[in-house]
Design a protein around this ligand. Sequence first.
Ligand code: SF4
Length: 357
Amino acid sequence: METALIDIKKKVDAGLRISESDAFALLSSNDLLSIGMMADTVRRRKNGDTTYYIVNRHINYTNVCMNGCKFCAFHKKPGDNGYTLSLDVIREKAVEGKAAGATEFHVVGGLNETLPFSFYIDMLHTLRDVDPSIHIQAFTVVELAFIAEIAKLPLDETIRLLKEAGLGSVPGGGAEIFHPDVRSALCEKKISGEEWLAVSRAVHKAGLHSNATMLFGHIERKEHIVDHMSRLRSLQDETKGFLSFIPLVFHSGNTEYTGIRAPTGSELMRMLAVSRIFLDNFPHIKSFWIMLGLKMAQLSQFFGVDDIDGTVTEEKITHAAGASTPENISRAELVEMIEGGGFHAVERDTLYRHIKR
Ligand code: SF4
């Protein structure tokens, strides 16, 4: 093991928190197997050999978005040929999801100024009417801030009304990279990192859980990654409201960064492992197989990951940026992928309760 990692390993073995400079050292190291072993120690302490998956249905209700983030291939500018699903179509997709055994509707979209606040409430009612037992995880943190603006209501009140209409938890997207040097280049119109954290704090205060994402593999540097994770760790110390951390690997196709060098396999695994080691107060680390690919997602289980997301069905966002993975996967294929790596596949609901079929 590299000498720089020996003291970090001692901390990990003792269950102690590692520092920001430790995280930087790990991100700078090529000793991938040592880093993986440390992440595996934390993973097994928290989750044993369990890897979770979920049967869910994604519904991307509109791709019209006024933010125009440079890394986003999904959105269409207002006035271009974007789409917005009608409530009838949303209901049809939800009915399909229910028939396929979904326990979660995963609902996110763009910031579409033509949609009134009542659309969001009606959409939640529509989904709830299809089956009130199916959990609705909806709206990135960025959408929540936008919906409050549209509603012309304080954020807390907006969240309260959405929760009353059926919102069960928040997926946590839109975090990208908090540091202003990167954020202003990637997505200057998006809420700031501080605002993202403040909205998440309000979500947790309202009694809802959420996740936290980080988009990496573009123009960020290691110090930005450490800063991002550090801010999340501090908020989690305060609220304990995050269920999982989801490092999302950037796909450059059809974006302003087309052709940018993609992270290598070992860089991907190192990022996941370091997040598992650093975010000691996050119960779960998720690798989104849609972005990593099935084989890398399987390997990620050895690098701290205990959740490989779900059956998804009809993923639009990463595929708009050129992802070559399927748009969905069967439960049997997910289980085979997890167990083929020697881990124990457990179906979960959104809140990580075990599902028995
Ligand atoms: S990332 Fe989200 S907020 Fe940014 S342009 Fe795409 S849909 Fe809009």
